[in-house]
Design a protein. Structure first.
Length: 294
């Protein structure tokens, strides 16, 4: 009996992975495109990462041979779920759903992803960091629509990509750099309003937000890269340098303090972006000096 049940079980899992999950993903994309277009941002980020991954490596394994290959699997799953996150945030209170989903993402990553020399403390640190960074990104994206959050996340991931390149971890540096470029370039698009067919601006159209899975997916990648870079680091790059870019977007929370929240326009954008940019630049420069000194 067990030998007869095994093929059926394997066939069932195959149908779920190859047919059911892709179909549910497509349904989520249809719903997100119609009711919550912001939910497609996470899928776009995952697609950029996975395309760069495949073009660089020539193949894609699920979940992968090496432990750090699980990052690509995590991005694949996040990209498939992201449209449904956008639909959920469109139906439920934004902040509540963002908090719950960020915590679930942290718990899932802590349960599934383990890098070399891993301890239970690393599980807690990984899960807590993902929940914190993802929720902060989603919450600020809800409170402040536009391209500010993806720009800051793109700066942080570009700093991590530079550190990965200096450490020789090119297999992760290439897709991370592609995501950083997409976030920095796409931040301008989120700031634009809709244009009517006659070429005039639709003044009542909302500025797009990065919430609904976009900030969560980018925050997930940001933290996973930091832990992977530190775990596979065989250079003089200090541990804090890997985690400084991952923590840098949290500085956006300072801009939501009531007195500072009223500062808008170019001055407000500079006040929020420059500290993050400065922290990332300093980290990369110091890392470069340590590597060059060897």
């Amino acid at each position: 009996m067990p030998s007869e049940a095994t093929p059926l079980s394997a066939l069932g899992w195959y149908a779920i992975l190859v047919v059911v999950i892709p179909a549910l993903t497509a349904v989520g994309i249809f719903l997100a495109a119609r009711r919550a277009p912001n939910g497609l941002a996470g899928t776009a980020i995952a697609a950029v990462f996975l395309l760069a991954w495949v073009f660089d490596r020539g193949s894609f394994e699920f979940p992968g041979i090496e432990r750090w290959h699980h990052i690509a699997a995590a991005m694949l799953i996040a990209g498939m779920i992201s449209p449904w996150l956008g639909v959920l945030e469109d139906r439920v209170t934004d902040v509540v759903s963002a908090f719950g989903l960020s915590v679930l993402a942290g718990l899932a990553a802590a349960q599934w992803i383990h890098f070399p020399a891993w301890t239970p403390w690393h599980d807690w640190a990984l899960g807590g960091s993902i929940a914190l960074v993802a929720f902060a990104g989603e919450w600020i994206s809800i409170a402040r629509p536009g391209g500010l959050v993806p720009l800051c996340l793109g700066i942080a991931i570009s700093a991590e990509a530079a550190l990965l390149g200096m450490s020789g971890f090119l297999g992760l540096a290439v897709p991370a750099g592609a995501v950083a470029l997409a976030l920095i370039g796409g931040s301008h698009i989120l700031q634009l309003r809709l244009i009517a067919h006659d070429g005039s601006e639709v003044t009542d159209s909302p500025v797009r937000t990065f919430a609904g899975g976009g900030a969560l997916t980018a925050g997930l990648l940001l933290v996973l890269i930091a832990f992977a870079g530190d775990s596979y680091n065989y250079t003089p790059i200090a541990r804090w340098m890997w985690f400084a870019p991952a923590a840098a977007p949290m500085l956006l929370v300072i801009g939501e303090i009531p007195r500072l929240k009223r500062i808008e326009g170019v001055r407000g954008a500079c006040m929020r972006v420059i500290p993050i940019l400065g922290a990332c630049v300093i980290t990369v420069v110091m890392g470069w000096k340590l590597v060059a000194a060897v």
